[in-house]
Design a protein around this ligand. Structure first.
Ligand code: ADP
Ligand code: MG
Ligand code: ZN
Length: 428
């Protein structure tokens, strides 16, 4: 048993016997190719970080003015939004060495190894200063103490403490910027966020349509696209995609084009890849009866026709009756322009569009099916929010019921006091 755990190889193939030797990947500044120009969008993020770049390039300027530069910069945001990329770009822009380590490397290590790794990592970074130390997935070691399940607590705590000791030990002449990334800033130990530690926090946002287009352009650079490919249209269709998703999408499209023995990537391959990333692979081999095909056809056509007849802010993107995942088919639609808000009419149009599937079944087949289950959930949620959150009902115009977090905790809401009467609840 003991032998087993000692013999276990760590992820990169190094035996855990290499105690203490830090396995931070050192990047030579000459090889450091990532620049801010490689990060599309994220203008505010880059703007904030350019001060750090400037400091790494000309620390004297800041010191002579008595300016204190942040020691620690925490990047937070959803996975795949470009946090690691931004950190690399900071080192790249400044032309300094980049030391990378991931919090998850420390999980399940022998007690004491994490702390000594941190120590030697910082020793190396100081020797190579000016430099950037990047701690990815810092939440893996930096969770609130006493929180979380399972073992490894001691190890994590020691590792975290060592990071804090190192940062506290920086003096005015230390030209090291410590950067860290997480998608869970809420679980971080408050000790990490105190002044003099990760006191500069930068939120890395999900890209909007313009940013998605710019990201697509960057990743399309080495890919021959056919003339019919409109990256603008793809950007509009990919609400909720991160930079990593978009990169993945174009790669899938390139693979598909290769499989088709094409010399260029066509719009069809790009949209196929987009839906594949979004919905999962199509189940082409599934045998369907004519009855099912007919039902699905009318249902999906119902959505498409109602959308076309009502909405002036969205358009039909694709209608298919080939099953994917749990769905027998789907109607995809996309905004005509990027939008951050919805008008009352837009919400009502969306409700109508959701009900279009069932309505078509009723009109053309004379009976309705369970195929509308997720449509009903969707439009009921919208209706409920219109009444409770947005004050858009006739009866309770401009009134809001319940607080933001209501219903987040299922089972907990049972004991919660409702802030409105039973009669009001019934009317809602
Ligand atoms: P995170 O660290 O936030 O999880 P990464 O920096 O690892 O995300 O992003 C993964 C990949 O996605 C990057 O290597 C890059 O290719 C792509 N990517 C993400 N955001 C962008 C962006 N803003 N511009 C260009 N590429 C991006
Ligand atoms: Mg990352
Ligand atoms: Zn439907």
């Amino acid at each position: 048993m003991i032998l087993m755990s000692i013999m276990r190889q760590s992820k990169d193939g190094n035996s855990v016997f290499s105690f203490g030797n830090n396995k931070a990947r050192l990047t030579n500044p000459n090889d450091m190719k990532v620049k801010f120009a490689d990060v599309a969008g994220s203008l505010e993020e880059k703007e904030e970080l350019s001060e750090i770049v400037d400091f790494l390039k000309a620390p004297k300027k800041y010191r002579e003015l008595g300016a204190k530069i942040p020691k620690g910069v925490l990047l937070y945001g959803a996975p795949g939004t470009g946090k690691t990329l931004l950190a690399r770009a900071v080192a790249g822009e400044a032309g300094v060495k980049f030391f990378y380590i991931s919090g998850s490397d420390f999980v399940e290590m022998l007690v004491g190894v994490g702390a000594s790794r941190v120590r030697s990592l910082f020793a190396d970074a100081k020797r190579e200063a000016p430099s950037v130390v990047f701690i990815d997935e810092i939440d893996a070691v930096g969770r609130k103490r006493g929180a979380g399940l399972g073992g490894g607590q001691d190890e994590r705590e020691q590792t975290l403490n060592q990071i804090l000791v190192e940062m506290d030990g920086f003096d005015v002449n230390t030209n090291i910027i410590v950067m860290a990334a997480t998608n869970r800033v809420d679980v971080l130990d408050p000790a990490l966020l105190r002044p003099g530690r990760f006191d500069r926090r930068i939120m890395v946002n999900m890209p909007d349509a313009d940013e998605r287009e710019a990201i697509l352009k960057i990743h399309a650079k080495n890919k021959p696209l056919a003339k019919d490919v409109s990256l603008r249209e793809v950007a509009l269709s990919t609400v909720g995609f991160t930079g990593a998703d978009l990169e993945n999408l174009l790669n899938e499209a390139a693979l598909m084009a290769a499989r088709h023995n094409n010399k260029e990537i066509s719009m069809l391959e790009v949209t196929d890849a987009m839906f594949r990333v979004q919905m999962g692979p199509q189940k082409n081999s599934k045998k369907l009866s004519d009855k099912v095909k007919k039902l699905t056809s009318y249902h999906e056509a119902g959505h498409a026709v109602v959308l076309r007849a009502t909405s002036d802010f969205e358009k039909v993107d694709r209608v298919t009756i080939i099953p994917v995942g749990q769905a027998g088919g789907y109607t995809a639609y996309k905004p005509i322009e990027d939008t951050d808000y919805y008008t009352e009419k837009m919400l009502l149009d969306t409700i109508k569009m959701s009900l279009g599937g069932r309505a078509a079944e009723e009109i053309f087949l004379g009976e309705i099916s369970t195929g509308a289950a997720s449509d009903l959930r969707h439009c009921n949620d919208i209706a409920k929010n219109m009444i409770k959150r947005y004050g858009l009902s006739k009866k309770f115009r401009n009134m809001v019921f319940g607080d933001e977090n209501e219903e987040v905790f299922l089972g907990y809401s049972m004991g919660q006091v409702q802030s409105y009467s039973e009669q009001t609840a019934a009317a809602i």
